[in-house]
Design a protein around this ligand. Structure first.
Ligand SMILES: Nc1ncnc2c1ncn2[C@@H]1O[C@H](COP(=O)(O)OP(=O)(O)OP(=O)(O)O)[C@@H](O)[C@H]1O
Length: 182
């Protein structure tokens, strides 16, 4: 699989087929025998934390380790992004344990965007969101890729979503990833 800048690659496949494991291996979070390169540089040639900054995984279920939202961000939160995702502009002060699942999902995306990754690995990034917030996330990701010359892999179970967001699509089944023709 080859991905170009400003491209969104859609990835679908039955539950449990290995989509999340695939994304984790691309982010160098688990061992992989694959040959993974970014702009020609092999993942093993870059220290894992640096690689993960460039290749950001936004997992389906995000992890939060500090008490408040703001402590998970290195800079003041981007107000434009918060407004676009219908999040309160002072949400940085909120305790994480009072966030809804959908709020956590949108904030996890913003936390990753703050690191300015070259590749975003999005594991069902709108799985907990209503239609309006889903559309906001789709548009924010597209704008991010355009403005930062980045690329994304977008895992979704929703074929209609992949038709909207993906430039090319792949399906994973029986241990193989195959291209999906439209
Ligand atoms: N850390 C792990 N250790 C061992 N097995 C795992 C681990 N994570 C996932 N698996 C197994 O690997 C297989 C693929 O899981 P994965 O989470 O990648 O599926 P998926 O395609 O993302 O599914 P879904 O669409 O339901 O999210 C499953 O059989 C799962 O039980």
């Amino acid at each position: 699989m080859q991905i170009y800048t400003q491209q969104i690659v859609g990835l679908s496949g039955p539950s449990g087929c290995g989509k999340s494991v695939f994304l984790k291996s691309l982010a160098d979070l688990i061992e992989s025998r694959g040959n993974i390169k970014l702009a020609g540089i092999h993942s093993k040639a870059i220290e894992a934390p640096k690689w993960r900054q460039k290749v950001q995984l936004v997992p389906a279920e995000s992890f939060w380790w500090h008490n408040t939202v703001g402590e998970h961000f290195q800079h003041p939160m981007n107000k434009d992004h918060l407004v676009r995702l219908s999040l309160a502009t002072d949400i940085a002060r909120n305790p994480v344990n009072q966030l809804s699942t959908g709020q956590k999902q949108r904030l996890a995306l913003l936390r990753s965007l703050e690191k300015k990754p070259q590749v975003l690995l999005l594991d069902e990034p709108t799985g907990s969101l209503d239609n309006e917030n889903t559309a906001s996330v789709e548009s924010l990701v597209r704008d991010y890729l355009t403005n930062n010359n980045a690329a994304a892999i977008w895992v979704s179970h929703d074929p209609e979503q992949l038709k909207r967001v993906a430039d090319i699509s792949f399906k994973m089944e029986n241990g193989k990833i195959e291209s999906v023709q439209r």
